[in-house]
Design a protein around this ligand. Structure first.
Ligand code: ZN
Length: 316
């Protein structure tokens, strides 16, 4: 059965309304309805509708997925220029100081895990956006490279930093591994087939190689209290909603040994926080537009909700 999600229209960085000319459709595998009978990528169990509209929960392991899952060929619609300036962020390029603040923390954790012996090592980032993390990391590794689904973002990464970034996804691209480190920052939740992607990542990693991930934690207290108002529910871009238990189970099934899962306090600019909450979540771009004129919009704010997690794993 087909389901269609209308993407919100953007004008000057503001979300206006769902745009019927620009939509993506998703298929569920069972004709009974959304979320009934889909096979869980974590355990092979079956989904049933969740108490949150648009989400389904695996009846066996509790993994949560969006009932509508975009087809891979619809990625071009989802991750065009609008994603970085409207659909996903108010302005991704302007958010670079906040993004880099987080990326430096991720890099420190990876370096610590490797005992700082990185000089002869290689790193690959799947879903590298504009290449900010690769640019930060390149001085610490023999070679850094990445891939990015969005041709717009991949082009920016190559042009701005001269990085080795391929256009496309991990599943279909020829990867020139084995890599010593692979990382995905909030990428796994966007994937409708995370099990297949992780199997491919395991193939491309060197024996004992490191996989570092970040993603929202639907098992966190803040997510549970917020329910359907949890700001990190983001259709149709985010389709998988993990808890420490489900991501650990999926990684172990895919050939990884999880070293730790820790809360990660993401830092964002005040402007971006207001955009995500007011314009995207509550669909009041007019309120955001009034608020963004206030001073201090560039201030970086660490989010103290502990509703995101950092996962460190090794290839088993
Ligand atoms: Zn399951």
């Amino acid at each position: 059965m087909d389901y269609t999600v209308f993407i919100q229209e953007r004008k000057g960085g503001l979300v206006i309304k769902p745009n019927k000319n620009k939509s993506i459709s998703g298929k569920t595998e069972n004709p009974q309805g959304p979320g009934k009978g889909d096979v869980c990528p974590v355990c092979g169990g079956y989904f049933a509708a969740s108490c949150i509209r648009g989400l389904s929960t695996c009846q066996t392991c509790g993994f949560v997925m969006a009932s509508v899952r975009p087809q891979p060929e619809q990625a071009a619609v989802l991750y065009g220029e609008d994603y970085f300036h409207g659909d996903g962020y108010a302005d991704y390029a302007a958010e670079r100081p906040a993004l880099n603040f987080n990326f430096k923390e991720h890099l420190k954790r990876i370096l610590r895990e490797m005992g700082n012996a990185t000089g002869q090592k290689t790193l690959f980032e799947a879903g590298c956006g504009f290449g900010y993390f690769l640019e930060l990391s390149r001085g610490f590794f023999k070679e850094v490279s990445g891939c990015e689904l969005s041709p717009f973002a991949a082009g920016r990464a190559r042009k701005a930093f001269g990085l080795n970034v391929q256009e496309g996804d991990v599943l279909t691209l020829p990867l020139s591994g084995p890599y010593d480190v692979m990382c995905m920052w909030d990428v796994l939740p966007s994937l409708a087939e995370p099990d297949k992607v992780l199997a491919r990542v395991a193939e491309a990693l060197a024996p004992g190689g490191i996989l570092a991930l970040t993603m929202p934690n639907i098992g966190s207290r803040f997510a549970r209290i917020s329910g359907r108002f949890w700001p990190l529910i983001h259709f149709p871009w985010r389709v998988g909603y993990y808890s420490p238990e489900t991501i650990t189970k999926l990684l172990e099934k895919s050939g990884f040994r999880v070293v730790y899962v820790r809360p990660f306090h993401k830092t964002r600019s005040l402007r971006e926080i207001l955009y995500q909450l007011v314009a995207l979540k509550f669909r009041r771009p007019d309120w955001f537009h009034a608020l963004e004129r206030l001073p201090f919009m560039k201030v970086l704010v660490p989010m103290g909700f502990a509703d995101e997690m950092f996962i460190m794993a090794h290839k088993a």
